[in-house]
Design a protein around this ligand. Structure first.
Ligand SMILES: Nc1ncnc2c1ncn2[C@@H]1O[C@H](COP(=O)(O)OP(=O)(O)O)[C@@H](O)[C@H]1O
Ligand SMILES: [Mg+2]
Length: 604
C-alpha cells in the first residue's frame, strides 16, 4: 500500500522514459478532462490556425521590403501591405484570445475535478495507508503534482504543439522559397541550438542544487525558530549558528559554480549561436549580391531562421516539462488506484440499527501493516457487557491503544474475531458501525474554526440548545461563556489557543452530542494537571453513564470503579478482575502498581 518513494537525489531530475504503456496509463487522467474534450479539440484547431497565421509575419515583412524596392513582382503598394498586416494582426489576436479561454476551461475545470477526486480518495483511505506514507509526500502530490498537470493543460501541451507546427511550417516555407539557404541553415542551426539546450540542462541542474541547499537552510531557520525555547535552554545558539553558516557556505560554493556555468553559457551563445546566424546571413548576402534572391527574401529568411531556432529550443524545454507532467500523473494515479475503506464494507450487508453494546474479543492477533514482523497483540480475549465499564492498564507499548484502534476498525485483526452483539464487526457497514462509537484520545486537536463547529462535528444537525446542553454536561460551558464570542470563538492556529483540559472538554461535548452506545477513552486525562483532570474526569463520568465504556488510564484511581480491569503486558492479558480481586493477588502486577500509586497518593 505504501506509495513509491520519490527519487531522493533532487538535483538530478530523473525523468520517466516515454513508452506506449506510460501514455496509455496517462490516458486514465483524461477521464476528468473528458467533459471538456470539445473545448480541447476546438482549442487545438484554433492553435493550429493561429500558428499558421503567425508564420505569415516574416513573409509579410519580406514582402514589404520588396514592395518598397519595387521588386515584388506584384502590383502592390506599401499601404496595401500595411492593411494586410493589420488584418492579419487582428485575426491573430482574436484567435489567440479564443484559444487561451478554451484551454483555460479545460485546465481549470478538468484539473479541479482531479483535485476533488484525489481528496475524496485520500480522505476515505484506511488508516494503514497514512501510517505508511509521509503526510508531506501526500500533500505534495495533491498540490505539486496536480499543479504540474495543470501547467501541462493550460500551457505546455499547447505550446509544444505550437512549436512543432511553427517548425514544420517554417522549414517547408523556406524549402520552397529559398531552398539553397534552407539547406545551409538546416545543416548548421539545429546542431548549435541542440548544443545550447544540453548546456542549458546542465545549468538547470546546478540551479536546482542551489535551490535545494537554499530550501535546507530555510528549513533549518524555521525549525530553530519553532524550537527556540529548546535552543535557548540548551544554549544551542552557537551550534545553530555554525550549522547555518556551514549550509550557507555550501550554497555559496554551488552558486559560484552556477554563476560560472552561466557566464560560459553566455560566451557560448554569443560566439556559436550568433556566429551560426551571421554565417547564414553572410551566405544570404552573397546570394543577394549575385541576384539569386531579393532583399525581401533575405529578410523573410532571417526571420524564419530566428523563429525556427526559438521553436527548436522551446520544443526541448516543453518536452522536458511534458515528461515531468507525465511523471506527475503517475504519482496521482497511484493514489487514485488505492482501495478506499468505505467501498470495501459496502459489499457486506450487515446493517446496524439497534446496538446493545456487548463487545467481545476472541483470540485476537494483530501486527501493524507497516511492521508485519512484530506481533503487537498475541491472542487477546476480553469481554464487555452492554453498559459495563472496563479498564485496560499496563506499561506503555503493551498494546492498549491498539485494542482501541482495532475496535474502531482502523485496522483488521490478523487472526481471531471482534464481535459486537454477537456479530463480527468486520461484516457490518463501516460508517453505520462507527456511528455507534466515540473516542476521546489523550491529545485532542481541534479543527481550525469556531468552538460550535468543533462540537457540531459529533452531530452536524444538532440544535443550539443541544450544543449548549452538551457543553454544560462536558463542564465546558463555563469557560466557553467567558469568551466574548462564546460558541463562535475561533480556535486553532489562527484563533484562541485552548489549554489541554479545555480541548479535552470540547471533545467530550462532541462525544456527548454524538450520543454513542460505546465509548473509548484512551488516556483521556493523562496529560492534564490535577485541577483540569478533576473537571475533565467529572465530565467523563457523566459521559460514561449508561454506555459501554473502555477506559485506558495510568492513574489507577480512575479505573478503580471499573467492572473489570484487564492488565496487559506485551500484547497479552496477564491479569483480569475487579480492583479488589487484583489488588489481593499476591505478587501480581496490578497489586504492586496499586501499592505504589495509592501509597504515594496517601503520603502526599
Ligand atoms: N501505527 C503503528 N505502526 C506500527 N507500530 C505501532 C503503531 N502504533 C503502535 N505501534 C507499536 O505497537 C505496540 C503497542 O502500541 P500501543 O498499542 O500504542 O501501546 P500502548 O497504548 O499500550 O502504550 C508498540 O510497540 C508500538 O511501538
Ligand atoms: Mg496508548
Amino acid at each position: 500500500m505504501a506509495l513509491r518513494k520519490r527519487s531522493p537525489g533532487a538535483e538530478q531530475p530523473v525523468l520517466p522514459k516515454l513508452s506506449r504503456e506510460k501514455l496509455r496509463e496517462a490516458w486514465y487522467i483524461f477521464r476528468y478532462i473528458r467533459p471538456y474534450r470539445w473545448h480541447l479539440l476546438v482549442g487545438m484547431v484554433l492553435l493550429f490556425a493561429s500558428s499558421l497565421v503567425f508564420m505569415a509575419f516574416p513573409y509579410l515583412a519580406g514582402l514589404m521590403v520588396d514592395v518598397a524596392q519595387g521588386k515584388a513582382g506584384r502590383p502592390l503598394n506599401l499601404v496595401q501591405v500595411g492593411w494586410i498586416l493589420l488584418a492579419v494582426l487582428l485575426l491573430q489576436g482574436g484567435i489567440s484570445y479564443a484559444r487561451v479561454m478554451l484551454f483555460a476551461q479545460v485546465s481549470e475545470k478538468g484539473i479541479a475535478a482531479v483535485r476533488k477526486a484525489l481528496y475524496e480518495k485520500l480522505i476515505t483511505l484506511p488508516l494503514a495507508f497514512f501510517g505508511e506514507n509521509r503526510s508531506g509526500d501526500l500533500v505534495s502530490r495533491i498540490s505539486g503534482d496536480v499543479e504540474k498537470l495543470y501547467n501541462a493543460f493550460s500551457i505546455t501541451i499547447a505550446e509544444f504543439l505550437r512549436q512543432i507546427i511553427i517548425l514544420v511550417a517554417g522549414i517547408v516555407f523556406l524549402a520552397v522559397t529559398t531552398p539553397h539557404l534552407a539547406l545551409i541553415m538546416l545543416l548548421t542551426f539545429p546542431v548549435v541550438v541542440l548544443l545550447a539546450m544540453l548546456f542549458g540542462r546542465g545549468i538547470r541542474a546546478l540551479s536546482k542544487k542551489r535551490q535545494k541547499v537554499l530550501a535546507d537552510s530555510n528549513a533549518m531557520v524555521s525549525e530553530a525558530v519553532q524550537n527556540i525555547q529548546t535552543v535557548k535552554t540548551y544554549t544551542g545558539e552557537w551550534l545553530e549558528i555554525r550549522r547555518y553558516g556551514k549550509l550557507i557556505e555550501e550554497m555559496v560554493g554551488v552558486s559560484m559554480r552556477y554563476a560560472h556555468a552561466r557566464a560560459l553559457f553566455g560566451v557560448f551563445l554569443i560566439v556559436l549561436l550568433f556566429g551560426a546566424l551571421f554565417f547564414i546571413i553572410w551566405e544570404g548576402a552573397h546570394l543577394l549580391q549575385q541576384g539569386k534572391i531579393t532583399a525581401g527574401n533575405l529578410v523573410a529568411f532571417v526571420s524564419y531562421t530566428a523563429i525556427i531556432g526559438g521553436a527548436i529550443a522551446g520544443l526541448g524545454n516543453f518536452y522536458t516539462e511534458l515528461l515531468g507532467a507525465l511523471g506527475a500523473t503517475e504519482r496521482i494515479r497511484e493514489i487514485l488506484h488505492q482501495e478506499p475503506e468505505l467501498s470495501l464494507s459496502e459489499k457486506s450487508g450487515g446493517h446496524l440499527t439497534k446496538v446493545e453494546g456487548n463487545i467481545r474479543f476472541e483470540k485476537v492477533h494483530f501486527s501493524y501493516p507497516s511492521r508485519p514482523d512484530i506481533e503487537v497483540l498475541k491472542g487477546v480475549d476480553l469481554e464487555v457487557k452492554a453498559g459495563q465499564k472496563i479498564a485496560l492498564v499496563g506499561p506503555s507499548g503493551a498494546g492498549k491503544s491498539t485494542i482501541v484502534q482495532l475496535l474502531l476498525r482502523f485496522y483488521k485483526p490478523d487472526k481471531g474475531r471482534i464481535l459486537l452483539d454477537g456479530q463480527d464487526i468486520g461484516e457490518c457497514d463501516l460508517q453505520a458501525y462507527r456511528s455507534h462509537i466515540a473516542l476521546v484520545p489523550q491529545e485532542v486537536l481541534l479543527f481550525g474554526g469556531s468552538i460550535r463547529e468543533n462540537i457540531l462535528y459529533g452531530k452536524p444537525d444538532a440544535s443550539e440548545e443541544e450544543v449548549i446542553a452538551a457543553a454544560e454536561k462536558a463542564n465546558a460551558w463555563a469557560f466557553i461563556q467567558q469568551f466574548p464570542e462564546g460558541l463562535d470563538t475561533v480556535v486553532g492556529e489562527r484563533g484562541v489557543q485552548l489549554s489541554g483540559g479545555q480541548r479535552q472538554r470540547i471533545a467530550i461535548a462532541r462525544a456527548i452530542l454524538k450520543d454513542p452506545e460505546i465509548l473509548l477513552l484512551d488516556e483521556a486525562t493523562s496529560s492534564l494537571d490535577a485541577e483540569s483532570e478533576r473537571v475533565v474526569q467529572d465530565a467523563l463520568d457523566k459521559l460514561m453513564e449508561g454506555r459501554t465504556s473502555i477506559v485506558i488510564a495510568h492513574r489507577l484511581a480512575t479505573v478503580r470503579s471499573a467492572d473489570c480491569i484487564y492488565v496487559i503486558e506485551r500484547g497479552r492479558i496477564v491479569e483480569q478482575g475487579t480492583h479488589e480481586d487484583l489488588a489481593a493477588l499476591p505478587g501480581g502486577i496490578y497489586s504492586s502498581l496499586a501499592r505504589l500509586q495509592f501509597a504515594v497518593s496517601e503520603n502526599s
